[in-house]
Design a protein around this ligand. Structure first.
Ligand code: ADP
Ligand code: MG
Length: 693
C-alpha cells in the first residue's frame, strides 16, 4: 500500500489563485497582480480595452489610410531599400490593388520568408507612405496551400503591463472563460452572457457601440460593479451604525449663549444643519455625516456647534485639519468662540515645543480641553483622550475614502464590542453633484449648506492673457494702495513642490522689483512651518499687502480684507481647484476680483474651463461642468472617491445608472444579503483580501 501517494488535487475553481491555471508561475502571478488580477475570476472582469476586427478580408483596392484591416495577397517584389532609414519593402497585390509592407527591423529569416510569389495574410493600419498605401510592421503570416479560416469573433485587446504579452492575457482569459462555462452557476446567467460577449464579440456587434461603453453587455456589468461599490459602503455604514454611541445633548442654554456670542446671526442653512447634527448626536448610534458646503459657506461654525453639543454632555471632540496652517487658524477662531463660554480648546501640532506639546496633551488626557484641534498626526501619535465622543474631519477632499475608513477603523479598534464608538462629521468644500456624492459617500448621511452668509458680493472674474501682465500688476498696485490685500498664486504643471516653490520665489522677486512700495510676503510648501505661519499671520494682520503663494493656500485660509486674486497659468488647473483658490477672496463686504492669467494659445478645454469660471461662482454649477469636461476621476481626485479603480463602469459616462444602482443596493441589502455579499466579493473581493496595506 503506497501511503505517500498524494490525493489528486481537486479541479481549480474560479475563486482560486491564478497559479492554478496552466503555465502560471510565481513571476507571472506577480505581474498579473499589478493588473489587480489575483484570482482566476479576476481575469473574467479584466475586460478588453478595445477590439480589432480581423473577421474579414478587405480588398486592397478599397483600403483607406488610417484604418486597420486584414488583407491577403501575393508578393510581387521584395527589396531592401535605402532611404532616410534602411527598410525592407514588399509589394503585395490582390487583384483589387497593390500596397507595400515596410519593415524597419528585419531578420534574414524574414527576408527568406517574404519572397516574390509567396502568399501572405497581414493585419495592420494602412498609411500613406512613399510608395502609396503602406503597412508598417504588420502582423503577417505566410500562407501555404490552404489558408486557415479567419477568426469568427472580434479580437480583444487587453490592458497589459510590462512582461505580459497580449497573447498571454488572451489565452489566460480563454482558460477562465472555459472554466466559467463548466461552472455556470457561479454568476447570474446575464452576467455570464455579458462576459462571454465582451471577451469575444461576434462581428455583427458594432465596434462603435463597444468603444462608447454603451453596449448593453457593458452596461449590465457597469451596473453590477457600481452596485458592488455601493453595497460595500452601505455595509460599512451598517456595521458602524449597529454599535452603540454616546448620547449627546446640549445642556441648558449653552447653544443659545453660543449663538448670541457670535458676531453674526447664523444663516437658515446653518441652523438647519446644526439641527440635523443635534438629532444624530442624540440618537444613540454613531453619527456618520458628510457636510458639504461651498467655500465660505460657514462650516467652521457648524464644527463649533457640534463640539459644543458634545461638551454639553461632558465629552470631548477632535477636529482634524489637512494642514498645520489651517489647524492653527481653526484654533484661533474656535478659542474666540468657545472660551467665553468656559470651554477650553487644545491645539496639537508637529511644530510645538516638547514642553508645550506635553502641556496640551495633559489637558486632553484630563478632559480639561473639550475640543482638540490638529492635523492627522493628531491620531497617529499616542495622544490619549479623556472621553472622545466626536471626530470632525475638515476639508475631506484632502483625505481619501480609504483614509476615512482607516481612521474610522482606528476609532473602532480599541473598542470592545458593545463599547461606544465616536460620532463622525466629515466636512468638505468640494461640491460634488448629488448623485455622485451618494455613490462616493454612500457610507455617510449628507447635509448641505446651500446658502452663503449674507453681505457677500460675488467675485467678478476676468480672463487675461500673459501679454497683459503689466496691466494686472498695475491692478494689484491700485488695490493695495486703496488699503486692500491681494494674492498672487503661482502654479506649475509639474507636480514638483521644489519647482513650484522656485517659481513662487522668482515671481515674488520680480513683483518686488515692480511694486517697490508694497509689502510682499511669500509662502510655499518648502518653507519651514514656523516661517509659513509667520508670513500668514502677518498677512492676516494686514502687515503684508501682497501674498505670493503656491497652491498651498488653496485650503481654508480666511483673510476677509483680501479682495484680489491673480492666478497664473490658470489654464493648467482644474475647475475644482480654481474654485477653491478663488474662494479665498470675496469673504468680506468689499467687491472682490479674480484675474485668471493664461499662457496663450488656449486649448479648447482650457478655453471652456476659463469661461465657466468667468460665468459662474456657484460651486455646484462648476462641479457639474467639471464632470462634463474632465470626468469624475479628476474631479474628485484619485484619492477621494475610492471609486476610481472602476474596471468597467465610468462615473461620468454611467451617471444615469446611479439612481437605479442606489435603489437596488438598498433593496438588495434588505432582501438578499447573501447575494449582496456575492456581488461585493466578485468585484472587490480580491482587493479587500490582497490589498497592499
Ligand atoms: P468655510 O465653509 O469655507 O469653512 P468659514 O467657516 O471659514 O467657511 O467661514 C467663512 C467666513 O464667513 C468666516 O469669516 C466666518 O466667520 C464667516 N461666517 C460664517 N457664518 C456666517 C454668517 N452666518 N454670517 C456672516 N458671516 C459668517
Ligand atoms: Mg473651512
Amino acid at each position: 500500500m503506497n501511503r505517500n501517494r498524494p490525493a489528486p488535487a481537486p479541479p481549480a475553481g474560479l475563486g482560486d489563485p491564478v497559479q492554478r491555471l496552466r503555465g502560471v508561475g510565481g513571476a507571472l502571478a506577480e505581474r498579473l497582480a499589478r493588473l489587480e488580477i489575483h484570482r482566476i475570476q479576476d481575469l473574467l472582469f479584466h475586460l478588453p480595452a478595445r477590439y480589432e476586427d480581423r473577421t474579414r478580408l478587405t480588398p486592397i483596392g478599397s483600403l483607406r489610410p488610417g484604418t486597420s484591416a486584414v488583407i491577403e495577397g501575393t508578393i510581387l517584389a521584395a527589396d531592401v531599400v535605402f532611404g532616410r532609414r534602411r527598410s525592407f519593402l514588399c509589394r503585395v497585390q490582390d487583384g483589387s490593388g497593390t500596397l507595400s509592407l515596410r519593415l524597419f527591423h528585419f531578420s534574414p529569416a524574414q527576408r527568406a520568408q517574404l519572397k516574390p510569389g509567396a502568399r501572405v495574410r497581414c493585419y495592420g493600419e494602412a498609411r500613406s507612405g512613399a510608395t502609396g498605401l503602406e503597412l508598417y510592421h504588420p502582423e503577417y503570416r505566410v500562407l501555404g496551400d490552404q489558408a486557415p479560416s479567419l477568426p469568427d469573433r472580434l479580437t480583444p485587446v487587453y490592458p497589459v503591463t510590462e512582461g505580459i504579452s497580449q497573447q498571454r492575457v488572451r489565452s489566460l482569459c480563454g482558460q477562465a472563460l472555459a472554466m466559467l462555462r463548466r461552472q455556470p452557476k457561479v454568476f447570474e446567467p446575464d452576467i455570464v452572457a455579458a462576459l462571454e460577449l465582451l471577451h469575444g464579440p461576434t462581428p455583427d456587434i458594432s465596434l462603435a457601440a463597444l468603444e462608447s461603453g454603451r453596449h448593453p453587455a457593458q452596461q449590465r456589468l457597469a451596473i453590477d460593479e457600481l452596485l458592488a461599490h455601493q453595497l460595500s459602503l452601505l455595509q460599512a455604514r451598517r456595521r458602524v451604525r449597529s454599535q452603540p454611541a454616546p448620547v449627546l445633548e446640549a445642556r441648558g442654554d449653552l447653544l443659545e449663549r453660543f449663538r448670541a456670542g457670535l458676531p453674526f446671526p447664523l444663516t437658515a442653512a446653518q441652523n438647519r444643519v446644526i439641527g440635523e447634527i443635534a438629532t444624530d448626536l442624540a440618537a444613540g448610534a454613531p453619527m456618520l455625516r458628510l457636510l458639504q458646503g461651498d467655500v465660505g459657506s460657514g462650516k467652521t461654525v457648524i464644527a463649533a456647534a457640534a463640539a459644543l453639543i458634545t461638551a454639553g454632555s461632558g465629552a470631548q471632540s477632535a477636529l482634524m485639519a489637512p494642514t498645520e496652517l489651517l489647524a492653527e487658524q481653526h484654533a484661533r477662531t474656535l478659542i474666540e468662540w468657545l472660551q467665553p463660554l468656559g470651554l477650553e480648546v487644545a491645539l496639537l501640532t508637529g511644530r510645538q515645543r516638547a514642553a508645550q506639546r506635553r502641556a496640551e496633551e495633559a489637558r486632553v488626557a484630563s478632559g480639561q480641553a473639550i475640543l482638540v484641534i490638529g492635523t492627522h498626526a493628531l491620531f497617529q501619535g499616542d495622544v490619549s483622550f479623556h472621553d472622545l465622543a466626536l471626530v470632525i474631519i475638515d476639508e475631506q477632499h484632502r483625505f481619501g475614502v480609504h483614509q476615512r475608513l482607516a481612521l474610522r477603523a482606528k476609532g473602532e479598534q480599541g473598542s470592545v464590542p458593545g463599547e461606544r464608538v465616536p460620532h463622525q462629521l466629515v466636512m468638505t468644500a468640494t461640491p460634488i453633484p448629488r448623485t455622485l456624492a451618494m455613490s462616493a459617500y454612500a457610507d455617510l448621511e449628507l447635509s448641505v449648506l446651500d446658502e452663503l452668509p449674507p453681505g457677500r458680493t460675488p467675485v467678478s472674474t476676468v480672463v487675461v492673457g500673459q501679454e497683459r501682465r503689466f496691466d494686472v500688476i498695475e491692478r494689484v498696485s491700485a488695490a493695495c494702495r486703496a488699503g486692500r490685500q491681494a494674492y498672487w498664486v503661482c502654479t506649475l504643471i509639474e507636480e514638483s513642490e521644489a519647482l513650484e516653490a522656485q517659481a513662487a520665489e522668482d515671481t515674488a522677486q520680480l513683483l518686488g522689483e515692480e511694486l517697490t512700495d508694497l509689502r510682499i510676503g511669500l509662502v510655499h510648501g518648502r518653507l519651514k512651518g514656523e516661517e509659513k505661519a509667520r508670513v500668514m499671520a502677518a498677512f492676516e494682520a494686514g502687515e503684508v499687502d501682497l501674498l505670493v503663494a503656491t497652491t498651498v493656500i488653496e485650503v481654508g485660509v480666511n483673510v476677509p480684507n483680501a479682495s484680489l486674486m491673480v492666478i497664473e497659468n490658470a489654464e493648467r488647473l482644474g475647475l475644482a481647484q480654481l474654485h477653491q483658490l478663488r474662494g479665498r477672496v470675496g469673504r468680506g463686504a468689499t467687491e472682490s476680483h479674480c484675474v485668471l492669467l493664461y499662457q496663450p494659445p488656449l486649448s479648447q478645454t482650457g478655453r471652456e474651463r476659463l469661461k465657466v469660471m468667468r460665468e459662474s461662482t456657484d460651486g455646484f454649477v462648476i462641479a457639474e461642468k467639471d464632470l462634463e469636461l474632465r470626468g469624475p476621476g479628476e474631479l474628485l481626485g484619485t484619492r477621494q472617491t475610492g471609486l476610481v479603480d472602476l474596471r468597467v463602469a465610468d462615473l461620468a459616462r454611467d451617471r444615469d445608472l446611479l439612481p437605479e444602482v442606489q435603489a437596488r443596493a438598498q433593496a438588495l441589502l434588505e432582501r438578499d444579503p447573501e447575494q449582496a455579499a456575492r456581488i461585493i466579493e466578485r468585484w472587490l473581493g480580491s482587493r479587500a483580501r490582497y490589498a497592499h496595506a
